[in-house]
Write a protein of this length. Structure first.
Length: 249
């Protein structure tokens, strides 16, 4: 890893620097209306800047506007990301409705179709992401870190993987690594601040956010408002143990 001064640093040092930066933002903005905005602007800016550093001299990505080949994957997101997406969906709903698009209904339908499916089953079912319309992501500006960190060098391999013909795709490792470090650093800072820090399946969680406009206030008060949408591959106890071990180093 390199920092903004192009000095080589290890993943642990990078993680701890990110964690402190998120903790500072949480402390500075706690109780303010712009806390979620501040956290995510920081996360997305850090991701963009550090991916740019880590990919210097590497081949160009195959990902282009209008390509939604990978948008059948299950997406997980943190509570701040879910809350931001919910707010954004409300904000653009009237304009989308004028073009015949009921995005909230799309999300609810996708949730009903995929709620019981694991990631492999979801890909096999080829369920399209409800946020995609004519190949364009309707929430691109606020797409979660999981989407930002999923980048490929070979669009043909992506297409073949989407149909189950291949399992291996030449992903950009810098994108995946930086995404993981930034996301986990934010989760660790959220945990230390007494906020719910799990990852949630995006469709179920956004449905919950759209159903209850008080979700943000409840989450900021410490409630795990999206618990029913939690992704269970890594338990809260396991994440807690990992973050405690990192903090002890």
């Amino acid at each position: 890893m390199k920092n903004r001064d192009s000095i080589d640093i290890g993943p642990l040092e990078f993680f701890k620097a990110q964690q402190k930066a998120f903790a500072d933002t949480l402390l500075e903005r706690r109780g303010r209306d712009d806390l979620i905005d501040g956290l995510l602007l920081q996360a997305y800016d850090s991701f963009d800047r550090n991916v740019e550093l880590q990919t210097e001299g590497m081949p160009d990505l195959a990902c282009r506007k209008g390509c939604a080949t990978c948008c059948t994957l299950r997406v997980s997101a943190t509570a701040p990301e879910v809350l931001m997406i919910g707010r954004y969906v409300r904000w653009i709903s009237d304009r989308l409705t004028a073009h015949g698009i009921d995005l909230a209904a799309r999300i609810a339908s996708a949730d009903a179709d995929s709620r019981t499916l694991d990631e492999r089953q979801r890909v096999a079912a080829r369920l399209r992401c409800p946020y995609i319309h004519d190949g364009i992501c309707l929430i691109y500006q606020v797409r979660p870190l999981a989407c930002r960190g999923h980048a490929s060098y070979d669009v043909r391999a992506c297409a073949e993987a989407a149909t189950g013909r291949v399992d291996e795709i030449p992903y950009s490792e810098p994108h995946r690594t930086v995404r993981s470090l930034v996301q986990n650093a934010m989760q660790s800072a959220l945990r230390d601040a007494g906020l719910a820090f799990s990852l949630y399946e995006i469709n179920r969680a956004v449905c919950l956010a759209l159903e209850d406009e008080t979700c943000a206030q409840a989450w900021l008060a410490g409630a795990d408002v999206f618990a029913s949408a939690a992704v269970g591959e890594v338990s809260v106890d396991e994440m807690t143990h990992t973050y405690d071990a990192i903090n002890a180093l």
